[in-house]
Design a protein around this ligand. Structure first.
Ligand code: NAD
Length: 337
């Protein structure tokens, strides 16, 4: 038995699960492991210091795929995430997109502000585009722009949830009312029940980030994986609220200090030394959860182990099928009167 949706059909997936973009985490080994296990693995473009480094990362991911996986769809098996958000050093987004296209990438996850130019560019090359939105009205505009699938990102998510604080339950139901193209659920997704719930709400799959951080193939320090296992849904906080660039991050002393300062009126430049991505990166490298700011979703409360991507996707698929069947059994023929 397997789950068949518009997403599995379009991309040749065994299980409708996408590993979304994650700064410093979406590296070749993880992306290849997710795709080899039947999901969609994604390299995060900005984790690579330059478009040329992205080329190398794509080659490495392709070389790590199980035989035959790269050919499973006309779009290939690996995607590239390009997120356009305020940055300390604004990146050459178009350069990253062109490098990915030249390396044969035909699946893109886009997110953030003003993505039109990048979406148009990759669509001109026949790519399959999943665009991430935190607002239904943005999703409707992106649909008009010609993206293939939307990733509807609820307030539960790690990183940037937008400024309206709409949880996945209502956001996905609203997406179903407004959209005519397929969409996946992002934010709050970590297990088979989540996948079944997303399918019940009209989604064709799910996007997971934090859950994939905590897998064997994710190249973050084992102590950070253990921190995730030991954490609960109460262990995240919102940074950059006052700057309208809200980001859900792990609640540590650095994040709380930055939040206290911004609430006191500090400008970005005054907290930059606390929140920079370069400092956050050392969390994953050194294994110190207090070393800087790092993204985490409230799925922290649902993550209890460190499986391989294959074990995780097999479990999610099995549990989702069981949940769907259990729900089917709730329906009984009407009683005769
Ligand atoms: P960075 O070091 O440039 O910035 C650190 C954080 O500060 C980021 O969250 C950024 O959005 C925010 N920021 C930067 N300038 C700001 C400003 N003037 N006002 C308010 N907030 C500001 O970030 P990085 O870690 O090197 O990441 C590069 C980019 O990737 C950032 O835009 C980041 O938001 C984004 N990102 C991407 C993903 C992904 O999934 N691809 C995940 C998290 C963050």
């Amino acid at each position: 038995m397997s789950i068949k949706t518009a997403l599995t059909d379009a991309l040749g997936l065994r299980v409708p699960v996408v590993q979304g973009g994650m700064q410093w985490v979406g590296r070749p080994q993880l992306a290849a492991a997710v795709s080899s296990a039947g999901g969609l693995g994604m390299i995060t473009a900005l984790t690579q210091p330059s478009p040329d480094h992205l080329r190398q990362a794509i080659r490495e991911a392709h070389s790590l795929l199980k035989p035959g996986v790269r050919e499973r769809s006309k779009f290939g098996a690996i995607g590239v995430n390009i997120t356009l958000l305020p940055s300390i050093n604004p990146p050459d987004y178009e350069g990253y997109a062109r490098a990915a296209l030249e390396e044969g990438i035909r699946i893109f996850e886009t997110a953030g502000n003003a993505p039109t130019k990048i979406i148009k560019l990759v669509k001109q090359h026949g790519a399959y585009v999943i665009h991430k939105c935190t607002q239904v009205r943005h999703a409707v505009s992106s649909q008009k722009m010609g993206v293939d699938c939307l990733s509807i990102d609820g307030f539960e998510c790690a990183g940037h949830p937008g400024e309206m604080d709409i949880g996945g339950l209502v956001l996905l139901a609203r997406a179903k009312e407004e959209l005519t193209i397929p969409f996946i659920a992002s934010g709050g997704m970590a297990n088979g029940d989540g996948l079944a719930a997303a399918l019940a709400l009209g989604c064709c799959g799910v996007n997971m980030g934090t859950r994939f951080m905590c897998t064997v193939e994710s190249e973050i320090h084992p102590r950070i994986k253990q921190t995730i296992v030991d954490s609960t849904e109460n262990d995240t906080v919102h940074l950059f609220r006052t700057m309208r660039n809200t980001a859900r991050v792990y609640s540590n002393a650095v994040a709380r200090e930055a939040i206290a300062k911004e609430r006191g009126g500090a400008k970005f430049e005054e907290i930059q030394h606390l929140v920079s991505g370069a400092r956050g990166r050392t969390v994953y490298e050194k294994g110190d959860p207090e070393a800087g700011v790092w993204s985490a979703g409230i799925t922290l409360g649902l993550i209890h182990d460190v499986p391989t991507c294959e074990e995780l996707l097999v479990r999610i698929e099995k549990d989702a099928i069981t949940r769907i069947q259990t729900m089917g059994a709730l329906v009984h023929p009407a009683k005769a009167v």
